[in-house]
Design a protein around this ligand. Structure first.
Ligand code: PGA
Length: 252
């Protein structure tokens, strides 16, 4: 059975004290009401990763980074390497989020390089794909998603691919309050699983966790997660409130 994952992407939010408080609240909620069959992941700003992995030591929480350099080490001012993430026990890393593709011009080659570096250190990439509204309106959304998937990931061997979490995030739903309908989400998740199956076979496709992101919240999570190919969520805004985040994780 493939794993279910709910991951919180804090983006560029929370000062140190607030981050500390939110991590405390999430850990408390988790120890009072342990989750069943779902892995909770928090992806705070990199400045708080070590703080977060300290919290995670005594709870079921796992910690992810929001980004990592495609370079391995050296003179790259301002960057963080995979080795550094590994040295503070980070276990996941979001790769190819649409905000990074858009504002930081991250190319597919760069993303593929990041994925390779992460896998070398045993960190699981949460690899984001998703179309713009224009693509969907023009009917190009399936082609686009397939292209992102193949350019970023299909150089991997089958055993490497089995460590990937795919996040489908339609860009028009991110931070907009407009969520993909459960039908749209299921349709695209099933398509993604089909593309993975063509490349790696049905066993690997069935084992791949595919999560949904884009204005997923405590109110709509249940309906989204009830679809057979939706294995959880990548949550932005709603992951900044401990109760909402935990409620989402309890929505299966
Ligand atoms: P949102 O963000 O839940 O605030 O729409 C999701 C994401 O960008 O991962």
């Amino acid at each position: 059975m493939r794993s279910k994952i709910v991951a919180g992407n804090w983006k560029m939010n929370k000062k140190f004290d607030e981050a500390d408080e939110l991590l405390y609240q999430i850990s408390e909620e988790l120890s009072n009401n342990p989750l069943k069959d779902v892995q909770l992941v928090v992806c705070p700003p990199s400045l708080y990763l070590e703080l977060a992995t300290d919290f995670a030591e005594s709870s079921d929480l796992k910690i992810g980074a929001q980004n990592v350099s495609h370079q391995k080490s050296g003179a790259y001012t301002g960057e963080l390497s995979v080795e550094m993430l590994n040295s503070v026990d980070v276990e996941y890393c979001i790769i190819g989020h649409s905000e990074r593709r858009k504002y930081f011009s991250e190319s597919s080659e760069m993303l593929a390089q990041k994925v390779d570096n992460l896998l070398e250190f045993g960190i699981e990439p949460i690899f984001c794909i998703g179309e713009q509204l224009d693509d969907r309106e023009a009917g190009n959304h399936f082609d686009l998603v397939k292209k992102q998937l193949s350019e970023g990931l299909f150089h991997l061997s089958a055993s490497e691919f089995s460590n990937i979490v795919v996040a489908y995030e339609p860009v028009w739903a991110i931070g907009t309050g407009v969520t993909a309908s459960p039908k749209q989400a299921q349709e695209m998740h099933a398509f993604i699983r089909g593309v993975i199956s063509e490349k790696y076979g049905s066993d690997i496709a069935e084992e791949t966790t595919i999560i949904y992101g884009g204005s997923c919240n405590a109110k709509n999570a249940k309906e989204l997660f009830s679809n057979k190919d939706v294995d959880g969520g990548l949550i932005g805004g709603a992951s900044l409130i401990a109760k909402d985040f935990i409620n989402i994780a309890n929505s299966f």
